[in-house]
Structures are given as C-alpha cells and as structure tokens.
Design a protein around this ligand. Structure first.
Ligand code: BES
Ligand code: MN
Ligand code: ZN
Length: 529
C-alpha cells in the first residue's frame, strides 16, 4: 500500500472515503449544520470537526444530538458529500476517550478504516487523526495508524484463479457490500494529521515496519510445496536487492564444510536441500558489534520419523514463521537505513520422513562440537537453530535474538495472546518485552536455570534433544542456550502467536507476521540508544 501524509485541511482533500477518528470527549460542540452562526468552542475542541461535519450535511452533529454517536469504539456515522469538492464520503469512527487512547487503538481504528474502504470496493482512502489529541500520543500514535493501514491492506490471493471467489473470503472479512466476495485491494491511503515535526518520519517508520511484516505474512502463507528452503533463499536474494543488504546462502556442501551436522541431520529425510540464509545490513560504525536476528525457517514440519498426527498437520507450513519475521524485519531495516549493524540468519529445512531420515536414538554432531542424542525427531527446531546460533556467535554480536515456533508447550503455557521470552540476559529480555508492548505483540518471561538444564542429560551423548513433558518451552530454550556462548541472548517462542484466527481488524485469519514489528522496535530502540 502506498502511504502519503497531508497536513492540510481535511475538507479540501479529494478522496472517495475519509475516515475521521473521533474521541468521546471531543465531539463537535454544536449539533447539526450551522451555516451562519459559527459554533463557539475553544480552539481545537471540535471546531474544525464541526466544519468537516457541515460538509456532509451535519450527519455527525445530528447523530450526536440523538445520542447515536458518543465516540465509543463501536460508534459510526457515515455522511455523503452534497458538494462537488472534497471527500466523497466521510465516515466518523469513535475511538473512546482521549485519556484511554493507545497506539494499538489507532492501529485497530486504521484497520477498520481499510475494511470500510474494502467493503465499498474503493481502492483508496484517507484517515484523519487530526481531531485526536495526537500531542499526548506522539509519533507512536501516527506510526501505529500507518501500521494499521498497511497491515490491513495485506491479502494473499496469488494462488486463486480470477473466478475463484468463495465463502472463505467473506469469513475472512473480505466480502464487499455489493456481494463481491473478493473486492479489489486497497492500494493507497493518506494520513491526515495536524502539521508536526515528527509526522513524516512516524509514517515512514510505520509504513516500513508494516510492509516488512506483510512480506513475512506472504512467505508464511505460501504452502510447503512452494515455500521450500531454496524458495526462502531466493526470496532473501530479492529482499537483499530491494533493501540494499548483503546476502549469503549456504547449501549442503558449505554446511558440511562448516560442520553443521545438526542442521544436516534434520534435512536428511527430505529431497529438498537445506539452506542457511544470512542477510547483512551495515548501517552502524565499521567494526561495531552487530545485532543478530535468528529465525527458524522450517518450511514443513511433519515431525520426521516421530511423525505428527494428521489432524492439523497442514498448519506446519507455518513452522518457518520465525524465519519469515526475520526476513521481513531485515527488509525494513535495510529500507529504513537504520544506523546499526544488523544480521539476519535463517536456517531453512524441511522435517520429513524417508529411508535416510534421522531416527530416534541416533546420535548426531553439531557445529559447536557437541554430540546430541535425538530422542524425538519432532524436536527439530532446536537442532537447526543450534547450528545457526553457533555460527552467529563467531561474529561476537552485541546481542542475539532468535524467534521460533519451537514448542507446543508455549501454547499450553501462554495460549495465543503472548509469546514466551527467555534468555541469558535479563536486560535484553526486558527490552524485548518493551518492544513487544510497543508493537502490540506482547511476550512474557519464563525462567531458565540449571535445574531445568538437567532434564537434557543423555546417557550416551553430550545432551539429548528433549527434556520430557514438564516445562517443555524452558528445556527447549535451555537446549538453545548451549549454543549461544557468552553472547547476550534471548529467545522468543512464537508457537502460539505467529498465526491463527483473529478479530483484530488490521489482521486476517492465517499468518500474522509476528514478531517482525517487535524485532524492528527493538532494533530501532537499540540503534537510537
Ligand atoms: N514446530 C513444532 C512446535 C509447534 C507446535 C509449533 C504446535 C506450533 C504449534 C516443533 O518442531 C515441535 O514439534 N515441537 C515438539 C517438541 C517435543 C517433541 C519435545 C512439541 O512441542 O511437541
Ligand atoms: Mn517439530
Ligand atoms: Zn517444528
């Protein structure tokens, strides 16, 4: 989606739809059209809003007078322009009270605005936030509004034929008022806000963060027969091209030379070759320690010989969600030219079964030289991450953050509302929590410690790849921590949060692209600290 900003008077903007956000404590002071006597109000308290309302015949004022519009989150009034100029339609949407306003409420409202355009088969809209107290919300509010617009515009139609409309589009918030099951995509939006210093930069950030996340969602949505490890590598090359990054891709031969035996052991049961993707952004000082983002790129997880049950197995195409988020984040980091050295690493593999697959009980090696007893071939994510983390440690990063759909236990512990965060550095864990809150992709800490590490003891090797049922998310993180050396490291388990069903108007059921924006908030905060 293309985004512009406009700090001019909203009633002059030519658009098929202007969505105006209205706080419950900033309703227009006088109901109805007042062509002669201008309403007496304090400056900024609804005066301009009344002017805009007059343009559509006072629809808002009358709804307010009737008690139908009180500025609550579900309140809406639609007015049509009687004149020839300005917005063709104005849709007033309530956002609740000023003091309870948050960036997430703006993201949600922006999502509703795009859905309103979609519903009317419109390809563009304007979102007006200038009657809100944006001073209190600051640049974060504008950024969130931009994010909501761009995120809501995402869709995944590349595998449907022209006539292939169906009921699923309707179930997914896609149907239009004229019965069109798949309305045309909303392609552009204008953010209408009062002039302020940070306006352009906030929209630039919001746009890049959300566009990066949309890229991640598209990769997630692609099924396993398309989004193979080599497909991820091709996509990484495109991302590098578009965003001015360096890219390096390791295949089986290079992995063998590197001693990445754990990653190779996972891919052994598959005809698709593994890939290890490295995307590099050099935005910081020469020689400055990089921030490293690592994402699990398991493009289909059948479980291997420890095969998963058939029910719901199709969802395991999403087992590359962490890798997709890292690739989307790297795209945005490059496009924004953030002043930091950032490296994205994505180990890509399938986890299938064949005569050459790794078996339960097998003992494998790893790049770090540690031997691993594979008790369960379905605990493969930690194996491919082990080699990727060990590879990253050699760059002596300032911090490593990995994200992975790693354990079903994370879904049991936190459900679908929060990712789990664990790590070797409490300060880093706190930074990620703050970044998650800013992005509305919250995460919650779980403990680690030697008492959990004990569950990974093996009778035959240095460690085993599962720690039993108790504390599955923690023992998985303990396994990873064996490969992060002395580098400050944190891990996000996104098994319950990376995809699913949602009522958030700026998302759709399916892939969420999470934690792409969380990672970007964190990198941005680090870059400017
Ligand atoms: N990719 C799965 C984890 C997962 C489960 C993601 C559910 C999303 C939803 C991972 O590779 C896996 O299979 N983990 C096992 C580990 C177990 C064998 C120790 C699990 O969680 O069951
Ligand atoms: Mn698995
Ligand atoms: Zn997996």
């Amino acid at each position: 989606m293309r985004l512009e900003t406009n700090a001019g008077p909203p009633e002059r903007i030519e658009t098929p739809l202007m969505v105006v956000l209205v706080a419950s404590d900033r309703l227009p002071p006088e109901p109805g059209p007042r062509p002669e006597a201008a309403p007496q109000a304090e400056p900024g308290m609804g005066l301009e809003l009344a002017a805009l309302d007059r343009l559509v015949g006072g629809a808002l004022g009358r709804a307010v007078a009737a008690g139908d519009f009180r500025g609550r989150a579900r309140d809406r009034v639609l007015g049509h322009r009687p004149a020839e100029r300005g917005p063709e339609r104005v849709l007033f949407i309530g956002v609740g009270s000023t003091k309870a306003l948050t960036p997430e409420k703006l993201r949600v409202a922006a999502g509703k605005a795009v859905r309103a355009a979609e519903f009317r088969c419109l390809r563009s809209l304007a979102l007006c936030v200038r009657f809100l107290d944006m001073e209190a919300l600051g640049a974060r509010g504008v950024q969130a509004a931009a994010e909501g617009l761009v995120l809501a515009s995402w869709r995944f139609d590349e595998l449907r034929s022209e006539g292939g409309a169906d009921g699923e589009a309707a179930a997914n918030g896609g149907a239009a008022m004229d019965g069109t099951a798949r309305p045309p995509p909303v392609e552009s939006a204008v953010v209408v806000a009062a002039p302020s210093d940070g306006l352009e930069e906030a929209v630039r950030l919001g746009h890049a963060f959300a566009a990066g996340e949309n890229r991640a969602r598209t990769l997630q949505a692609r099924p396993g027969n398309i989004a193979t490890p080599s497909h991820l590598a091709d996509e990484a090359r495109r991302i590098a091209d578009e965003a001015g990054l360096e890219v390096e891709v390791l295949g089986p031969a290079e992995m063998k030379a590197e001693g990445m035996e754990a990653l190779l052991a996972v891919s052994r049961g598959s005809d698709e070759e593994p890939r290890l993707i490295v995307l590099r952004h050099r935005g910081g000082e020469h020689g400055e320690a990089p921030l490293v983002l690592v994402g699990k790129g398991l493009t289909f997880d059948a479980g291997g010989i420890s095969i998963k049950p058939a029910k719901g197995m199709e969802k395991m195409k999403y087992d590359m969600s962490g890798g997709a988020a890292v690739m989307g984040a790297m795209w945005a980091v490059g496009r924004l030219g953030l002043p930091a050295n950032v490296i994205g690493v994505v180990p890509g593999s399938e986890n299938l079964l064949s005569g050459s697959a790794t078996k339960p009980g097998d003992v494998i090696g790893s790049r770090a030289g540690r031997s691993i007893e594979v008790i369960n071939t379905d605990a493969e994510g930690r194996l491919i991450l082990a080699d990727a983390l060990d590879y990253a440690v050699e760059w002596r990063p300032a911090a490593i953050v990995d994200c992975a759909t790693l354990t079903g236990a994370a879904v049991v512990a936190l459900g679908h509302h929060r990712s789990a965060v664990l790590g070797s550095d409490e300060g880093l864990v706190e930074e990620l929590r703050a970044a998650g809150d800013a992005a509305a992709q919250p995460c919650w800490p779980l403990p680690m410690g030697p008492e959990y590490r004990k569950q990974l003891k093996s009778g035959v090797a240095d460690l085993r790849n599962v720690g039993g049922r108790p504390a599955g998310t923690i023992t998985a993180a303990c396994f990873l921590s064996e490969f992060t050396g002395d580098i400050p490291w944190a891990h996000l388990d996104i098994a319950g949060t990376a995809y699913g069903s949602t009522k958030k108007p700026y998302l759709r059921n399916g892939p969420f692209g999470l934690p792409c924006r969380l990672l970007l908030e964190w990198v941005h905060a680090r870059a400017f600290s």
